[in-house]
Design a protein around this ligand. Structure first.
Ligand code: GDG
Length: 470
């Protein structure tokens, strides 16, 4: 891929930053931030010596930058990270407001959760403009500008008066027109995106939905070539599913210390079968529906009482939004109800943990779990599903049909997360599966995860993007 990028500089633009700087005992420390996007793109940026532009959220981020808000990461020989500074009103209007109360619910088809406050829209425009200005200050001839996600839909349009080659990767679903059309500023958003030369989503369904929305606002759409022409711009649209760092997870699964920690996790619960789920706290992750399924499972299959323990970890997210706080309370109430109903002696059916933990503490659970319940109501991809399969040698994955990952993981047990009966029966099916079937399913999944890993995703995206100019 390096050759494809030769002579060109990659300018990566995202809401989240790859490194943050924080104080520790008056010393400033640099922390690498975990997450699919950062882990996958950081090595490429180091190789190409590019520029990454992102919102600086670390308490000491602006202490370490030069007068142009830039710092070299991860070390003085590394690539350049330029921080964008947002004030409180911008953070509330742009980030918590429009990004997370309009773009997020609508992209996930939760129309009733959207809040079309016109000030949110004002701040979304303002901050997208701020990003575009920061990019323009840096642009050099032949730069490739790769924009990420739903926070920055207007940025391609704001760069249309430059020579930059632009692309946008959308990490979450793209909804049907019936949902998208409810946004009062629907045309401005799609128009902004269509100024990019190349656009990509995780799945064919999201590509189709987007093309259809483009048609509805009056663009000329070629569905078979996946090309859109609109007001002088031409955009190629593709599905490019994000992969994981398979090598890393696979190596971990052979590591003695890791296996020891995984065994300790399993032993700690004193249970025959451990069923595991981890999600960011979000209504799209199907946590409440999952708990209904668990309740029904013990009702329908009482022979499993005292033998199966469900561990649900929840990572805090968007704590500034009231909706998320209310959902947390409902989840905790439901867990208490299930435990109150079924617990016996030392055994509790559901162990619930709220809080973010370092990866070193989370990943042993993946190996310890006999079954993983990834039952999102809807999800762009869902990386947890892929990470779980990558470290397992005898586990079973129960996967929502409505996660992007379901389009690619044929060997999982697929479930409709809204069908309580099916959830309960699928948990039973997963627990009863023979060792030979589990192994067969895992081998198929792992061979795909290895081939279509994070490096494949990055290289394929760039190849398709550059092909779009030929
Ligand atoms: C968006 C889309 C799409 C989770 N808890 C902890 C923790 N994690 C890690 C997991 C995984 C990542 O966070 C979560 O990724 P997902 O893909 O599952 O979900 P979103 O955060 O909603 O991501 C999604 C993704 O973008 C990429 O395009 O797949 O559909 O919604 O890697 O392991 N990591 C640590 N502590 C935790 O408590 N360290």
């Amino acid at each position: 891929m390096k050759s494809k990028l030769e002579e060109k500089r990659l300018v990566l633009v995202s809401n989240g930053e790859p490194y943050k700087h924080v104080y520790n005992d008056q010393q400033i420390e640099q922390h690498k931030l975990a997450g699919g996007l950062t882990t996958g793109l950081d090595p490429m940026m180091q190789e190409t010596n590019g520029l990454w532009i992102a919102w600086g959220r670390g308490e000491a981020d602006f202490e370490v930058v030069d007068q142009n808000k830039k710092v070299k990461v991860p070390n003085p020989e590394g690539y350049t990270l330029k921080r964008i500074e947002l004030d409180q009103a911008e953070k509330e209007g742009f980030y918590y407001g429009f990004s997370n109360e309009v773009m997020w619910p609508i992209s996930h088809t939760f129309i009733s959760k959207a809040n079309y406050d016109k000030d949110y829209w004002k701040y979304y425009q303002k901050v997208n403009k701020k990003y575009a200005e920061n990019i323009k200050e840096e642009l050099k001839e032949d730069d490739l500008v790769w924009i990420h996600d739903y926070h920055l839909a207007l940025v391609p349009g704001l760069l249309a008066d430059t020579e930059a080659k632009t692309s946008l990767f959308w990490h979450i679903p793209w909804p049907a027109w019936e949902a998208f059309r409810t946004i009062p500023w629907r045309e401005e958003i799609i128009k902004g995106m269509l100024a990019a030369d190349f656009l990509a989503f995780h799945t064919d369904l999201f590509v189709y939905n987007f093309l259809n929305c483009a048609k509805k606002i009056g663009a000329e759409v070629d569905f078979s070539e996946r090309e859109v022409k609109y007001q002088g711009s031409q955009t190629k649209v593709e599905s490019v599913p994000l992969g994981i760092d398979y090598q890393k997870f696979n190596q971990l699964a052979q590591d003695g210390d890791y296996l020891k920690k995984a065994k300790e996790v399993k032993d700690n619960y004193k249970t025959e079968k451990l069923v595991f789920a981890v999600d960011r706290l979000d209504y799209t992750k199907g946590i409440e529906e999952r708990l209904e399924g668990i309740n029904r499972f013990f009702e329908k299959y009482p022979e499993y009482k005292s033998k199966v323990t469900f561990v649900q970890r929840v990572a805090p997210s968007r704590t500034g939004i009231a909706e998320y706080q209310e959902m947390k309370e409902r989840i905790e109430k439901k867990v208490a109800q299930i435990n109150g109903k079924y617990q016996k002696d030392q055994w509790q059916p559901v162990k619930y943990f709220y809080g973010s933990v370092p990866q070193s503490e989370l990943l042993p659970y993946y190996k310890a779990a006999d079954l993983a319940l990834i039952t999102a109501s809807i999800d762009g991809m869902n990386l947890v599903a892929k990470e779980y399969l990558a470290v397992q040698d005898s586990g079973v994955l129960l996967l929502s049909e409505f996660a992007g990952a379901a389009e690619y993981l044929d060997s999982a047990i697929k479930v409709n997360p809204y069908n309580v009966e099916e959830l309960a029966d699928s948990i039973y099916q997963g627990l009863e599966m023979s060792e030979s079937e589990k192994k067969q399913r895992l081998e198929a999944a792992q061979s795909d995860l290895k081939e279509y890993d994070i490096n494949w995703w990055r290289d394929y995206f760039i190849e398709k993007w550059l092909d779009s100019y030929e």
